[in-house]
Write a protein that binds this ligand. Structure first.
Ligand code: AHR
Length: 506
């Protein structure tokens, strides 16, 4: 007997799954760059000092565009420090993370690394301590082929062809009081509009992201989006959303329902975008770049990791190195379901971050690199979610949460790739005590076959992969999956994330 039903209908298309949904984020923060992607003395380092074991893991993870170089870091960053002969690059204070930035890895080196992992650069500009002039100079340096001072300087610095960066973030979290150069919505909206107009004078086809709120819990959330978009509606293509989730006060039930908050966040921002469009009489569609999302134990960071002291500015400190559990991975899998459920308007997203810093990949200097639990739902969704996202009808028992009230135990989304005929279904069971037996109606696809099944769960939801035990948690084949007439059935264990890939002839 099944207790949960899902209908997957080929006609209920949400939108095309944009590859940029599977982006990530590398910030000059902690050991993300140094001792993370870059470690020249590591036994696996290549001729450019990049760890090839990390490159292999990043490629397997399947990340598309990577946001760089911050984050809070970018709001105090001078891009000129990070180009030119390495021995002449200045060491600077990284005020955002109270550490020292050596500038050993900069724009050229990072772009070289992106070529190795086959990803696109999504560049953030400093609108905290800098403004329109410096943004224009950076764009000239990156995107003009030749014949100007900065384009020629790039060639002298070893890169004759332009970087041709398409996607640009107009600052970072400018609504946050912690941000260098934090502004009111009015002031930032004007600055973002002026910067966007100036950048478009140089390259009209850029894709520009204006800063939305740092979280849906910000006191200015909603009004911030309305004001900045009113200033810059015609100038930008995306507005950003950022969201981090953590288990607070031992309330695992609410934590497992974090995607309810993400769904609501996205729906609210879409409403605001479209309301501003109606008010302005506009016609264009502005989409969402969810360019920071993940589980992050921020309370732990504030209590334990935070660096202080006027003379204490370590290089590549071990900060924000969260160790992720099975429950964290289930939440990450459910957040991916939320992003796919909004694939028509969320067309870019960045898992924050990639290596060592709140990351799916961890490294030890001179030693191993390994996959954290959250690596698996991301890698599998990135590989299997192709074609169009389909809105599925889920009928599931509910459970009570402190933060979100009554929440369905099971959530799901599907994708359909007409070229290959593949249908993938992603499911989460948020119940901490009960398995769910699910009947999935796939009759609109005709005859189906099972190609792959993966379930991530464990008897102990706090199990994690560590340096000592890097392979303790892995997804397993789900042997409960079976096919009846037009129906696929599956058992979802408590606190689990599952992906099912089906072959069809439709
Ligand atoms: O990803 C870590 C930090 O979180 C980023 O630097 C900032 O943008 C956000 O607050």
């Amino acid at each position: 007997m099944t207790d949960t039903s899902i209908i997957v209908n080929a006609q209920r298309i949400i939108g095309q799954v944009n590859r940029r949904l599977f982006g990530s984020f590398v910030e000059h923060l902690g050991r993300s760059v140094y001792d993370g992607i870059y470690e020249p003395m590591h036994p696996t380092a290549d001729e450019d000092g990049f760890r090839t074991d990390v490159i292999e893991l990043v490629r397997e993870l399947g990340v598309s565009a990577i946001r760089y170089p911050g984050g809070n870091f970018v709001s105090g960053f001078k891009w000129e420090d990070s180009v030119g002969p390495r021995e002449q690059r200045p060491a600077r204070l990284n005020l955002a993370w109270h550490s020292t930035e050596s500038n050993e890895v900069g724009l050229h080196e990072f772009s070289r690394w992106l070529e190795k992992i086959d990803s696109e650069l999504m560049l953030a500009i400093n609108l905290g301590t800098r403004g329109v002039a410096e943004a224009l100079e950076l764009l000239e340096y990156t995107n003009i082929d030749s014949g100007t001072h900065l384009a020629d300087q790039r060639a002298v610095n070893g890169r004759p062809q332009s970087f041709n960066v398409r996607m640009w973030c107009l600052g970072n979290e400018m609504d946050g009081p912690w941000q260098l150069g934090h502004r009111s919505a009015d002031d930032y909206g004007k600055l973002a509009s002026q910067t966007a107009k100036a950048l478009r004078q140089l390259d009209p086809d850029l894709e520009l992201v204006i800063c939305g709120s740092s979280s849906a819990q910000m006191p200015t959330f909603g009004e911030w989006e309305r004001v900045v978009l009113t200033h810059a509606f015609e100038d930008v293509d995306f507005i950003s959303c950022h969201a981090y989730y953590e288990e607070k006060n031992n309330d695992l039930k609410s934590f497992l329902a974090s995607a309810v908050n993400m769904d609501h966040f996205i729906d609210s921002v879409i409403s605001t975008i479209d309301n501003v469009r109606a008010t302005l009489g506009g016609t264009k569609t502005i989409n969402i770049s969810f360019d920071e999302w993940n589980v992050w134990y921020l309370q732990r960071f504030n209590a334990v990791d935070k660096i202080t002291g006027a003379q204490n500015w370590p290089h590549a400190p071990r900060i924000l190195e969260d160790v992720y559990t099975v429950a964290d991975a289930v939440v990450v899998g459910s957040l991916l379901i939320s992003l796919l459920k909004h694939a028509d308007r969320v067309t870019s997203a960045s898992l924050a971050q990639l290596v060592n810093v709140i990351a799916p990949i961890m490294t030890e200097p001179g030693g191993a690199a390994w996959r954290q639990t959250i690596y698996f739902p991301f890698a599998l969704t990135s590989r299997l979610a192709i074609g169009t996202a389909l809105d599925v009808d889920v009928r599931s028992p509910t459970y009570e949460t402190m933060d979100y009230g009554s929440v369905p135990q099971v959530d799901a989304v599907a994708t359909h790739d007409t070229a290959s005929g593949k249908v993938s279904i992603f499911l989460v069971n948020r119940s901490s005590t009960e398995s769910r037996d699910v009947a999935i109606d796939v009759s609109t696809f005709g005859a189906v076959s099972i190609l792959e099944t993966h379930t991530l769960n464990a008897d102990d939801p706090y199990l994690a992969n560590t340096l000592a035990q890097p392979e303790k948690v892995k997804p397993q084949r789900n042997n409960s999956v079976s096919i009846g007439v037009g129906i696929v059935t599956v058992t979802l264990p408590p606190i689990s994330w599952t992906a099912i890939s089906l072959g069809t002839t439709a």
